[in-house]
Design a protein. Sequence first.
Length: 79
Amino acid sequence: MRKLRENALRTRQVLERETQPLTEECRAVIAKDVARTLGEYFCLTGDVTLRVVQNDPLSIVIEAKAESILPFGVMGRRS
């Protein structure tokens, strides 16, 4: 859970620095962080996509596909 909090904090910091809509590069960095974290809980089958809607508050849509949930005993395995 510590890594999940660290990744969420890093993602929030990236989003707070951006005053304009996210660049594709920034979105890719965030999606990579999210994929790394989700890969510790799920067997992902593709890329993670991220969309940020600039409203008040921001809407963050994350989409990923997985073939299964990893058993609890293998958490921490990288995809």
